[in-house]
Design a protein around this ligand. Structure first.
Ligand SMILES: *Cc1c(COP(=O)(O)O)cnc(C)c1O
Length: 402
């Protein structure tokens, strides 16, 4: 699609002053409401990325906006040198939905992952009795847990790692979904197994049924912490509150981010029982903005929207419908359609090129979707999407995939 003059002006300015670490589609968004975004040319698009599932509640949800503005007028930041009157309610809410006893609030997903890593290591030394500096953490091939130096150090994606070493040692990498490899990788020094219940950035990779339950059981038998990175899969995205709910597994540690604030604010959290969280003492971990009253007020409201509108159920029902309709297209370009709830990956056959041109065609027709891992179109609209809006999208997806 031809780039409009106004769009060009904005993009040129960003490219002139910004680092070149992203390759966005040629759209400059200036406004959004619900599932719809509007660009600087006055065009309207259906958002099928939902900011990588950070806006499961839809853009600028009024029931998050109002308390956010109210809180902003009163108190935004105290630092953790003092208490604030909003954090407790937020922690309590996260405890309720995770059924965990303790929550540690941070800001970004990667920080929450770092928090979980620090917690698992310290737990290994203080509770499990692993000798100093010997703790190991098992992770999966094709993982995505964020962009800090420690986290990219155990990525298997060359572009994420190249040029950023040396890396933090003692991460072991096993094939995703391989419980045998998990068993044989565990030893007396293993602190934790950390994984994504569905690999989002990795291409919406759904592990075989039973993987979550079996790997949980293996970890339990071996006194290894089972850490679920639910940053992208959490808060209803997969048709359950958390993706681990699909196999009735309660991880030892939940890592949450993205939709926990409905897109209003960087907010993340780690939840665990006291038996694990107790390893942190004053001064041993922290964040200037973590647990601030504005983030807390927003987090409370964002979780309430998920609960009050039963978005996990909506995601389940509409996700099934959407996926079945996609399968019916019977596209010659498509190798596989997979996913859970409104978290759907459409894998393009290698011989048909990459997913990018398909995303560009969808864009021309008014749908925002972003390719992930070259071959996969990810469809993950806000969970408030209606059936009519899904049908609107399907009409256009049919044209592009037929
Ligand atoms: C997005 C994401 C992260 C990183 O979150 P940031 O807020 O970008 O730091 C970590 N893990 C998973 C599974 C994610 O999807």
């Amino acid at each position: 699609m031809k780039i409009g003059d106004i769009t060009k002006k904005y993009i040129e300015k960003s490219e002139k002053h910004g680092a070149n670490n992203y390759h966005p589609l040629d759209i400059v968004i200036k406004k959004a409401e619900g599932v719809w975004v509007y660009d600087v040319e006055g065009r309207k698009f259906l958002d099928c990325l939902a900011s990588y599932s950070a806006v499961n509640q839809g853009h600028v949800h009024p029931e998050i906006l109002a308390p956010a503005i109210e809180q902003m007028k009163i108190l935004t930041l105290t630092s953790r040198a003092f208490h604030n009157d909003r954090m407790g309610d937020f922690l309590e809410k996260v405890c309720t939905i995770t059924k965990k006893e303790k929550v540690l609030p941070m800001n970004t997903g990667a920080e929450a992952v770092e928090t979980a890593i620090k917690m698992a290591r310290k737990w290994a030394y203080k509770i499990k009795g692993v000798p100093r500096d010997k703790a190991e953490i098992i992770v999966c091939e094709n993982n995505f847990h964020g962009r800090t130096t420690t986290i990219v150090g155990f990525s298997t994606e060359e572009a994420y790692r190249d040029g950023f070493g040396p890396f933090t040692p003692n991460f072991k990498i096993i094939p995703y979904g391989d419980t045998e490899a998990l068993k044989t990788s565990i030893n007396a020094n293993t602190a934790a197994f950390m994984f994504e219940p569905i690999q989002g950035e990795g291409g919406v990779i759904v592990p075989r049924d039973g993987f979550i339950r079996e790997s949980y059981d293996i970890c339990k038998r071996n006194n290894v912490l089972f850490i679920a990175d639910e940053i992208q899969t959490g808060f209803g995205r997969t048709g359950r509150m958390f993706c681990c709910d699909w196999e009735n597994v309660e991880p030892d540690v939940y890592i949450m981010g993205k939709a926990i604030s409905g897109g209003f604010y960087p907010l993340s959290a780690v939840a665990a029982d006291h038996s694990v969280m107790q390893v942190f003492n004053p001064g041993e971990h922290g964040s200037t903005f973590g647990g601030n009253p504005l983030a807390s007020a927003i987090g409370i409201a964002a979780i309430d929207v998920i609960l009050n509108y039963d978005l996990p159920r909506r995601s389940f029902e509409l996700g099934n419908y959407f996926k079945n309709e996609l399968i019916k297209i019977n596209s010659p370009y498509v190798k596989e359609i997979r996913g859970k709830g409104l978290f759907v990956g459409v894998e393009i056959k290698q011989e048909c090129g990459t997913a990018r041109p398909f995303c560009e065609k969808l864009f021309e027709k008014g749908i925002l979707a972003k390719e992930t891992h070259h071959q996969v179109i990810r469809f993950a609209p806000p969970l408030i999407i209606t059936k009519e809006e899904i049908d609107w999208a399907l009409d256009r997806i049919r044209e592009v995939l037929s």
